[in-house]
Design a protein around this ligand. Sequence first.
Ligand code: SF4
Ligand code: ZN
Length: 506
Amino acid sequence: MATILNEAGSTRSEPGSGSGSGPHTSAPGSRLGSGSDTPRSKNATSGKPLRNPCNICQTVRAILKRPKTGQQLCKDCFFHVFETEIHNTIVDNHLFNRGNRVAIGASGGKDSTVLAYVLKLLNDRYEYGLDLVLLSIDEGITGYRDDSLETVKRNRDQYQIPLLIVSYKDLYGWSMDDIVREIGRKNNCTFCGVFRRQALDRGAIMLNVDHIVTGHNADDIAETVLMNILRGDLPRLQRCTSIITNDTSDDSSGIETSKILRSKPFKYTYEKEIVMYAYFKKLDYFSTECIYSPNAYRGHARVFLKDLEAVRRTAIVDIIHSGEALSASVQANESTKLPTMSTCTRCGYISSNELCKACLLLEGLNKGLPQLGIGHTSKIRRMHGKDGSGTSSLSTTTTNSPELQVAPTFKAGSPLATESSGQASPAEVKILHKNVMANKAAKAQKPSKTAKKAARAGLQDIKYSAPFKDMALYTFVLVTFCVWRLYAAVSGQHLGMGGPNSKENE
Ligand code: SF4
Ligand code: ZN
């Protein structure tokens, strides 16, 4: 049995090999602030009482306080619980099968660097039998991604894991630098996010992997839950709360489709603990923010989350559990219709519409109308017809703009530039153009007093649809829940509503 030598020279069992090791198990006397109540252990060498002993081993002085549980731990015990929690998340959720080829989405940042390090370590320690590879996406952001990719290359050498880098420029003919030059710094992250998701899948196909793991941590997921609830985006709410997703689609056409599993082994891992782990392990990671990262909406969700966490440590996992509960109730509610998945008619990627989001965005970029693909999915569905047939009431409208008669093409040599799918039909371009023009006209036109009066009268006749009622109810429940939790935290009450992880804190 492997053992870990701690700072005092004593030994203990390898994580997972004995009882009591797991994310939901606390060592005796491990509560925050219980240091003074805990009987003081003696120093192993001097025999004197130990000041502030580690809550788990009791033999070494604690050097950190776990953000997730408040436990005061020595370095080795922190490594032990951190790694064991991730191992338990992997095992409890059956993330992998023996022999899987797994791509680790690697950006060079703290999350993916720690993920690569820990997965390799756990794969060796517990003999998962995984074939690990690193997969990086080069968005083409000078002064940011080029530097972070150097870190990934060093990680490749340090951890001895092969690396593949795929770039936006090669896949789409546009780098993020090009896109920002074209569209400015508004909505750039929409393009980047859509392209990255697809690029990861395309890289995974090149690598012939079964599974992609990403470094999304608990904080990221809780932020995304909040954002999706505020946006009323049920499909994304479901996707962001699932620890493992499988975007399957019919590949009978022979076109490439994604059947690759994606998972988030850090779903319950706090960002602060990832930083601590990277720091104490002296891992080589890149910590600069993207130069194009305003992402104001996520920023607000993050600030809100940090405020909640300041008054209640378990706020992050509590929000994740709330998101899971909402997703489950959405799934159970038959009246809530989620989009049916098929494939993009142009590139073959999975999509709920005739064109996938990446193709729509590219179409806008290539036509010099970058705002075409931006907006809510429902708008795009309206443009292309709700059944994905590409027909809608707008499709009969013509445009006089001559350049729109020329269908956009992908860059020659790009994997998207297939013979049958490289061009948009003029009808599709007309629909998109018409929609943009209609939006502009609507914005420019101020409603008259009579129109406002008529609109008010009309509102009284609106019958809310079932999905809308559901979203209103969910938003109400979430806001009430947050206020209730806030009140409880401030008044010191315990409401007994936390998920499994919050039990560590009881
Ligand atoms: Fe892309 Fe925006 Fe992230 Fe920068 S901040 S890498 S532009 S998604
Ligand atoms: Zn597509």
